[in-house]
Every structure is written in structure tokens, then in C-alpha cells.
Design a binder for this molecule. Structure first.
Ligand SMILES: Cc1cc2nc3c(=O)[nH]c(=O)nc-3n(C[C@H](O)[C@H](O)[C@H](O)COP(=O)(O)OP(=O)(O)OC[C@H]3O[C@@H](n4cnc5c(N)ncnc54)[C@H](O)[C@@H]3O)c2cc1C
Length: 259
């Protein structure tokens, strides 16, 4: 298997600095907006095209005023709406425009979803490490897996954030793990447990790229039948990659930006 250091080709993921004239692209209409914090929101878009298809774990390319960016899809392929979890980059080009959107507005949607950060059915243990918005592919894969009623696979989802309210899908993932304790393990963690804003937090503490090793040991998945996935913050990915590859684990990554 050719996993080592595999990276999704995002050159065509439209993270180019320049806005291009975008003509005749399909659109998707904003049907729901959930502002989690000042700089995190979950939106649901209804594609106004029948062409759009994707696999759980892939990303779509959304745009406004010709500025297009890649967004990992939270929803599963069986769902009607396209759900994405977005972080505001105040000095960025697209996200400040997205923050002005209202229900009923439209974005362009490239008809082809892209990315290789999908579940590999050849292995049976999926150890997923993510930060904040990087949880999207794991949620999509699990929603689809549960909908399909498949079996034979075990998922270990480790999700990190600075503050507990940034662990946006923890309730959903926690419910999945509670309903299927035999094949879904979920560990949310906050990196700043001592801060006042985290006093309500009773779960794990520490950076996800540090504590994942403890859980890899605890859950003890068979190394020859396990794939480690890392998605989100590039610094977290770099650290996880270095640690797991040094120990011979198969590894797959999706970086949301370059440091
Ligand atoms: C495959 C892929 C999937 C992605 N999925 C998501 C997703 O699900 N949710 C999401 O919010 N973003 C996601 N991104 C990032 C997204 O494509 C944009 O880069 C991001 O929304 C910022 O866009 P912008 O135009 O506002 O800022 P830009 O003008 O593109 O960026 C300004 C600067 O900020 C950096 N940057 C980009 N994102 C962040 C960030 N979150 N924190 C700090 N710095 C950042 C960029 O590298 C750049 O240097 C993904 C990126 C890729 C490549």
C-alpha cells in the first residue's frame, strides 16, 4: 500500500490567491447557518445541480465573487444538504465574505468533489486524529458507515481543540460511540484544560498530537491492519506524521493550510 506521506493534491482545490472569473458554475443555496462562536460556523447548502457527487471524506470547492476555496464535507453522501464547518480567517479572502452570508444566498460549487482522504476499506482499524474543523471527514465517514449498516471496521476518533466549545461535533460523535462502543471510540480533548473558559470541561486534557500516542497504546489496534488519518492544523499533522511513521504505522493526511 502506498500510504507513506500521502497528500491530497490540492493544487486544483482552488486555494489560489487570485480570484478568477467564474462563469457557469453550478450554485448551492445556503439553507441553514449555525454560528458556533465568532469565528466558527456550520452551514448547510443545498446544491442547485444534480451533478454534484462525493465520497465521504472528500472536499468540495465553494466560491463567492470568483474566490474559491476547498472545504471538507461534514455531511455524508446520502444526505441532501452539503454541510461544512468553517473557521473565519479574518485576513483571508473568502471567509470574511462567507461570514456576511444570509440564508437564501448562493455560493458557486464546483461540480466535482475531490480528495483522497477517504476511508480505506482494505484496513479494518481507522485511527483518526483531527483538530476543530478537521473533524469533518471523520463525521462524514461515520455517518455514511452507520447509514450503510456495514460492519467489520473499528473507528478511533481523537478530536482536539483549545476550548471545549470548539469541539463542535463532540455530542454527535459521543452519541455514536455510546451507541456502538464495540466499534466506535471517541476521545475529545482540550489543549488548555487549566484555562477558565474550560472549567466546565471534564474530558481529556492536552494537545491531541501529544495524547494520541497514549490512546494508540490503550486501544492497541493491530499495526498491520490500521491506518492513521490526520486532518486539520498543519502543525498537528506534522507532529503526528513524524511520530507514527517513525514507528511504522500507515498514515494518511489532509492539511487545511500551509504554515
Ligand atoms: C483539502 C482542504 C480542505 C479544507 N477544508 C476546510 C474546512 O473544512 N473548513 C475550513 O474552515 N477550512 C478548510 N480548508 C481551508 C480553506 O480552503 C481556506 O483556506 C480557509 O477557509 C481560508 O480561506 P480565506 O480565503 O478566508 O483565506 P486565504 O486568503 O485563503 O488565507 C489567508 C491565510 O490564512 C491561512 N489559513 C487558511 N485557513 C486557516 C485557518 N483555519 N487557520 C489559520 N490560517 C489559515 C492560509 O494558508 C493563508 O496563509 C481546507 C483546505 C484544504 C486544502
Amino acid at each position: 500500500m502506498v500510504y507513506q506521506g500521502m497528500r491530497t493534491d490540492t493544487r486544483t482545490g482552488s486555494n489560489s490567491r487570485r480570484a478568477r472569473a467564474v462563469v457557469n458554475l453550478p450554485t448551492a443555496r445556503l439553507v441553514e447557518r449555525n454560528d458556533i462562536t465568532e469565528d466558527l460556523m456550520v452551514i448547510k447548502l443545498e446544491p442547485e445541480t444534480d451533478e454534484f457527487r462525493f465520497k465521504a471524506g472528500q472536499y468540495c470547492t465553494l466560491g463567492l465573487q470568483g474566490i474559491e476555496r476547498a472545504y471538507s464535507i461534514v455531511s455524508a453522501p446520502y444526505e441532501q444538504c452539503l454541510e461544512v464547518f468553517v473557521e473565519l480567517v479574518p485576513e483571508g479572502e473568502l471567509t470574511p465574505l462567507m461570514w456576511k452570508m444570509k440564508v437564501g444566498d448562493t455560493m458557486t460549487l464546483r461540480p466535482r468533489a475531490k480528495g483522497l482522504f477517504t476511508m480505506d476499506p482494505r484496513v479494518h482499524h481507522h485511527f483518526m486524529v483531527s483538530t476543530v474543523t478537521g473533524v469533518a471527514p471523520s463525521v462524514s465517514m461515520l455517518r455514511q458507515y452507520l447509514k450503510d449498516g456495514d460492519d467489520g471496521h473499528t473507528f478511533y476518533v481523537l478530536l482536539g481543540a483549545s476550548y471545549h466549545y470548539e469541539l463542535v461535533y463532540d455530542a454527535e460523535l459521543g452519541s455514536m460511540a455510546k451507541a456502538h462502543p464495540d466499534f466506535i471510540k471517541f476521545v475529545p480533548t482540550v489543549s488548555r484544560p487549566a484555562e477558565e473558559r474550560n472549567t466546565a470541561w471534564e474530558g481529556a486534557g492536552g494537545r491531541v498530537n501529544v495524547i494520541f500516542e497514549e490512546y494508540l497504546e490503550k486501544f492497541d489496534p493491530p499495526q498491520d491492519d490500521t491506518l492513521v488519518y490526520a486532518c486539520g492544523h498543519p502543525g498537528m499533522i506534522e507532529d503526528v506524521k513524524e511520530k507514527v511513521m517513525a514507528k511504522g504505522w500507515k498514515f494518511k493526511e489532509e492539511r487545511f493550510w500551509k504554515e
